[in-house]
Ligand binder design. Sequence first.
Ligand code: FUB
Length: 304
Amino acid sequence: NITTIIVAGLALAGATVAHAANPLLPKIFTADPAAFVEDGVAYLYVGRDEATPKDKDYVMKEWRLYSSCDMKNWTDRGVPLKPSAFKWAIGKVDAWASDIVKRDGKYYFYSTVDHATIPGRAIGVAVADKPEGPFVDARGSALVSNDMTRESPIAWDDIDPGVFVDDDGQAYLYWGNTVLKYARLKKNMTEFDGPIVTVGMDRFTEAPYLHKRNGIYYLSYSREFPEETAYVTGPSPTGPWTYRGVIMSKNKVVKTIHHAFIEFNGKSYIVYHNDKLPGGGEYRRSVAVEEFTYNADGTIPYIK
Ligand code: FUB
């Protein structure tokens, strides 16, 4: 189809093509991968880590998009949006973690930004007609802000959105730091359809991610700090949940691990970040991918 032809054409024309092994993107520091597949092309949205070795916090001014036809060679597709797309946000720094989904021909990008007037982090949603954008604010206000969800005393509890649309069309947004929350989304994908629900999840830290395979719902998340990736499964997008184990272990240098799952050409992958790009560290992360095979009973193997 036309998307595949354009991507292949870009690669042939010598657009910036990254190489074939981890770290996936060897030229810049990147974190918090969000991924989806369409028409034989894998799309990877990452936050760019711009902290210097001396910085003691994240410096993230933009999200960047990469695409691949083989999960090995990645084409730089530029900056689909920056936090400044959300006029109600501070807009200068901190393009924190995001997630992306396509619905009714439009691409919805949920992301974490700093609210300009309500202290703390907030979640916005932007929409585009193409994966590469341009993305524009879909609401003109935060979907979630700190005044709506006061379960946690911290200002960054409303971060790390993970979006999921079930086969029956019902969409859900999961998010949180320290406290895991979810809410149903209306079909317009820009409003909640019901209350924000808090889920008790043992040692939950952040980065909830919901995916479904063969009728099993998998809710994976980062737990403890430094973080490891753990998961539960259930018979529905809202549980009840059964703990299944750890998928990836802690990286004590980078401390965070933010992950996502994708299926591409019949194979299963987990994308995440580590510190392996030379000069890397806690605020200078690098996105990586691992291929894995589900166990026969549907469980996910430990990935070294
Ligand atoms: O990149 C900033 C924050 O670090 C993300 O929101 C978390 O998931 C962690 O990766």
